[in-house]
Ligand binder design. Sequence first.
Ligand code: PLP
Length: 368
Amino acid sequence: MPKAQETILEIDLKALKHNFEYLKSKTKQGTKILGVVKAFAYGSDANEIAYYLQNLNIDYFAVAYVHEGISLRNFGIAKPILVLHPQAINFKLLIKHCLEPSLYNSKILNEFIKIASEENQSNYPIHIKFNTGLNRLGFDANDIDYLIDKLKNTSSIKVASIFSHLAASEDLNEKAFTLNQIQSFKNITENIIPKLGYKPMLHLCNTSGILNYPEAHFDMVRTGIGLYGFGNSEKENTHFKPIGTLKTVISQIHTIEKGDSVGYNRAYKTENQIKTATLPIGHADGIGRQYGKGKGFVTINGQKAPIIGNVCMDMIMVNVTNVDCKEGDEAIVFDKNYTAEELAETAGTISYEIITGISQRVKRVYLK
Ligand SMILES: *Cc1c(COP(=O)(O)O)cnc(C)c1O
């Protein structure tokens, strides 16, 4: 691996393949796999990641919004793409690019039927989302008769799948709650399918659902964070390889005298002489202010260097008093050893937030 000469996010496609294959090995045979590539594939780069996964013969993709799906289509992604949270204003574009909407309440269902029939569509694939306890998006079990009535009265759309989303699949203290969600989903599907007269695909599990609830894989599973190398538990993390390495380089080293201060608002005041390194990465790159004041750290030549003072927009300063380093040396913000999850924990957040927050200013480099 070449040494960083600027801030880069290195994406290890071999690690992606490893994670995909591990998830596949944990999934009931014959189950389809949907790769969740919303939010730039959790901050890596949706187009490249989806292209690679498509070559690994993944079955489906999901994004959050229509424009994310359009970007994939323009890049040559031909697999079906589920749009988890489409807005009616984009429905024409969605149809134009053969994207498949998740429909979760009567308002959005009616809006979609209207546009699909105006566009002369027949049997356009849609996905019906049910709420089984997350209380975020989804029809209620009581909506089934209403739904059937609507679906029987149009030939513009056809249900490609019925799905729901688990609220706490990673938390084994909430196992009873999750089992209840699984049961609610089963009840809903057993009620709706005979009335519908055909059998759409059923899917419920996200990454932790795949790992913790093999009995709930149904016809397809949806994995996001696992593909990117996190298993949401110490045990599972050992089976995954984080695909992203965020690295940067030391711009300048300072000796700061006792009684002096470092950075904006003089947020760090020295009690003794220290040595600092200034790095070209800041909150505009995704390292939020919550990582400042000694919480977050980078590693330089294998040694930890805490972020001191406030995180600036374009820079951080780290304490390298006890680190053997010089200007031009590489600094690792996270990698496979000091993971994004570990860094996230220093600021009381989760891997999902730090990796999706790496801004588009940071150059992505692929290891193939
Ligand atoms: C984001 C998302 C996923 C992926 O969840 P992971 O925990 O990253 O595997 C799956 N399903 C839905 C509906 C989502 O919004």
